[in-house]
Design a protein around this ligand. Structure first.
Ligand code: CA
Length: 232
């Protein structure tokens, strides 16, 4: 089995088309036609491996559905592919800000959707199977011992900086908003602002030296740890 895909889409014809094509590819599917129905379906056992989420739903907007999926412990790491009828940069930002992993603009081809799903599943599976000692370009990180090296030089990171780096590396290639980092690294109850995130990312980058370039700033959105050490 390739995985279980939850499709949250109120256009019944489109939902049926996606269901048919996903199953033909070898996926299992679960379909919901409302935002609330989608949230309920996402929490049912087994938790889906990926979620295809329409932006415009009759009850709860897709962005809000996505935000709630990210808040819930069981679904926070499930990759979300957002479908939007509206193109443009604003939707892209909105989608990523609430924690979507990728998006497609309607009308999209089934083939494109299948490719995107395959890509987000591959990224998610890679994170799960990572060993305790990670290597990334010039960086080596021992998650058990909380030690980090750039080439052969060990860095003196604070516990918080280590958690921040680990959070980055756990979601390589994906956009990470300041809010996501706040809740992952500081915990949601912490009384800090998103500016705190920027300050600590800056210090972490400085300590990493040249390896600090692996952490990219996405203006107005957040950060992204490179998918590969060498990127154009
Ligand atoms: Ca819709």
């Amino acid at each position: 089995m390739l995985g279980l895909i939850l499709v949250i889409e109120d256009e019944v014809d489109l939902a049926t088309t996606l269901e048919y094509n996903l199953e033909r590819e070898g996926y299992q599917t679960r379909v919901a036609h409302t935002g609330q129905g989608g949230l309920d379906a996402a929490l049912k056992d087994p938790v889906p491996d990926a979620i295809v989420l329409d932006l415009m739903l009759p009850d709860i907007p897709g962005t809000e559905v996505c935000r709630r999926l990210r808040e819930h412990e069981r679904t926070r790491d499930v990759p979300v592919l957002m479908c939007t009828a509206k193109g443009g940069e604003i939707d892209r930002v909105v989608g990523f800000e609430v924690g979507a992993d990728d998006y497609v603009v309607k009308p999209f081809s089934v083939r494109e959707l299948l490719l995107r799903i395959r890509a987000i599943l591959r990224r998610a599976q890679r994170v799960e199977s990572e060993p305790e000692v990670l290597r990334f370009g010039r960086l080596r990180i021992d998650r058990e011992a909380h030690r980090v090296w750039v080439d052969e030089t060990e860095l003196g990171l604070t516990a918080l900086e280590f958690r921040l780096l680990a959070a980055f590396m756990a979601r390589k290639g994906r956009v990470q908003t300041r809010d996501t980092l706040l809740s992952d690294v500081w915990g949601i109850e912490a009384d800090v602002t998103t500016r705190t995130v920027d300050t600590h990312v800056k210090r972490l980058r400085e300590k990493l030296g040249e390896a600090g370039a692996y952490i990219e700033t996405l203006r107005g959105v957040g950060y992204r740890f490179r998918d590969q050490p060498e990127e154009a």
